[in-house]
Design a protein around this ligand. Structure first.
Ligand code: NAP
Ligand code: HSE
Length: 444
């Protein structure tokens, strides 16, 4: 006697770039997945703000809703895909679905960064599930890698390019000599940029993603006050060229370091100079790259598309397949109380490093008055803070009575550099606040 396959009902809340991508690709591969999983996948409905908006992916008007709660409470909906973004309504939607014991699939890194602890607790207390592969690094399966494939490791360093928009901007500025604004318009058109673009351009989106990686690797939800968060607005075409003169490329990086013997960790996102021969220096365009240095595996680097409709849809559909496994009764459960207890135990064993403990190599650019002895004053201040200069290149600006000085340092504490910069800013011969970038040499 044949039994009819289990019906899986999907509710997609948010039908913009990602939501439409998910349904476009799922509709195309549904038959194959249904045979493979032994289920019948059905789109129960999508939820949007403006139902009259013209969309690239068409679905019957009867399936378009504007009330997310009505859709998620429909008993036919087993999997709720939260693809609307934001943290207020998205939080309510996510928690309501989890309270109902439904499986939630999310691409919302801002929400997880801010409310991850509450969401994960709700999962463990209400028996639903929460999958979030698309929240970090688009199509790269980094969440699964940390949770499953690389679970044997303790990570001393996780360093990566995890904002596709910043990487796209920096790459095209460098390769085509284009202005920032011109490239930003293309990034918007391609669906890479967040609705609030400051999240991308000011480094906040990368911070959200780094916090998620740090939690999975070290069990700690790192608060913003303990981190360095810088975007790419201050980086000019001139800096990109100067970095090349020093043998580096500028990339927007997230860096999570852990010192197991001293018990500290650091988390920072910032534009950094990377040596030209490193793998991450060659990750271009909208691609993301993440190097993970683990005590068992060594350094592994994953590279792939980090933003945009298709890459993100790939990750969401991967989660939907995991969600179906759970609904079919798979014994594997993630975010159980045992998982949370083990993350909490990891997290209590680590503290954030102080600025004295963080050693960094720096690149500085400053405009100096073209006058006898001005560079000597700069070097005196650096020497007072025991900052050793590795390389200097000076560029004269003909007819302007000013010159641009760029220099790189050997590793020095963040606190020493902070003190030196305060003194440098007070010099009357330093014409503008110096641009300070970090130099980072990844393992790979
Ligand atoms: P988007 O294009 O702006 O789409 C958002 C969708 O949510 C739209 O369909 C919008 O409706 C709907 N929505 C927003 N507020 C709503 C409300 N109050 N009630 C009902 N519907 C509402 O955004 P997206 O780029 O697809 O991003 C969605 C999520 O995925 C975000 O969390 C984002 O951070 C994350 N993400 C995006 C990417 C990417 O490359 N784009 C990659 C990874 C993760 P209308 O269409 O009617 O306005
Ligand atoms: N705005 C994000 C980025 C989307 O550019 O990386 C992917 O998370």
């Amino acid at each position: 006697m044949s039994t009819s396959p289990l019906k899986i009902g999907l509710g997609i809340i948010g039908f913009g770039t990602v939501g439409q991508g998910v349904w476009k690709h799922l509709a195309a591969t549904k038959k194959y997945l249904e045979v493979r999983m032994g289920v019948k996948i059905e789109l129960i409905g999508v939820c949007v703000r403006d139902p009259s908006k013209k969309r690239d992916v068409e679905i019957p008007p009867t399936q378009i809703h504007t009330d997310p709660f009505k859709l998620l409470e429909d008993p036919r909906v087993n999997i709720v895909c939260e693809l609307m973004g934001g943290t207020t309504l998205a939080r309510e939607v996510t928690l309501r679905a989890l309270h109902l014991g439904k499986v939630v699939v999310s691409a919302n890194k801002a929400l997880i960064c801010e409310y991850g602890a509450e969401i994960f607790k709700t999962v463990s207390s209400h028996g639903g599930q929460f999958f979030f592969e698309a929240s970090v690094a688009g199509g790269i399966p980094i969440i699964k890698s940390l949770r499953e494939g690389l679970v044997a490791n303790r990570f001393s360093e996780i360093a990566g390019i995890i904002n596709g928009t910043c990487n796209y901007l920096l790459t095209r500025m460098e390769k085509e000599g284009l202005a920032y604004e011109t490239v930003l318009q293309d990034a918007r058109r391609l669906g890479y940029v967040e609705a609030d673009e400051s999240l991308d351009l000011d480094g906040i989106d990368a911070y959200h993603k780094a916090v998620i990686l740090a939690f999975l690797a070290h069990g700690k939800w790192v608060p913003r006050r303990n981190t360095l968060v810088e975007g790419i607005r201050a980086v000019t075409l001139e800096d990109i060229r100067r970095a090349h003169d020093f043998g580096y490329r500028i990339k927007h990086l997230a860096v999570i370091r852990r010192n197991f013997s001293k018990g500290w960790m650091t988390l920072g996102v910032y534009p950094a100079l990377i040596p030209l021969d490193k793998v991450l220096a060659r990750v271009d365009g909208v691609f993301n790259g993440i190097s993970l240095s683990g005590d068992v595996v060594g350094t592994t680097t994953l590279v792939g598309r980090g933003a945009g409709q298709d890459a993100t849809a790939s990750a969401v559909i991967g989660d939907i397949v995991d969600a179906i496994r759970v609904l079919k009764g798979a014994s594997f459960k993630f975010l159980t109380q045992a998982d949370l207890d083990s993350y909490n135990a990891l997290g209590t064993a680590v503290r954030m490093a102080t600025l004295d403990e963080i050693q960094t190599q720096f690149y500085l650019r400053f405009a100096l008055r073209d006058k006898h002895g001005v560079s000597a004053e700069v070097y005196r201040i650096l020497a007072e803070e025991k900052i050793s200069v590795a390389r200097v290149i000076q560029y004269e600006q003909a007819g302007t009575r000013r010159g641009t000085h760029t220099l790189s340092t050997y590793p020095v504490s963040e606190s020493a550099m902070e003190r030196a910069l305060r003194k440098l800013k007070r010099l009357r011969t330093v014409l503008e606040p110096p641009l300070v970038l970090r130099i980072f040499t990844p393992e790979n």
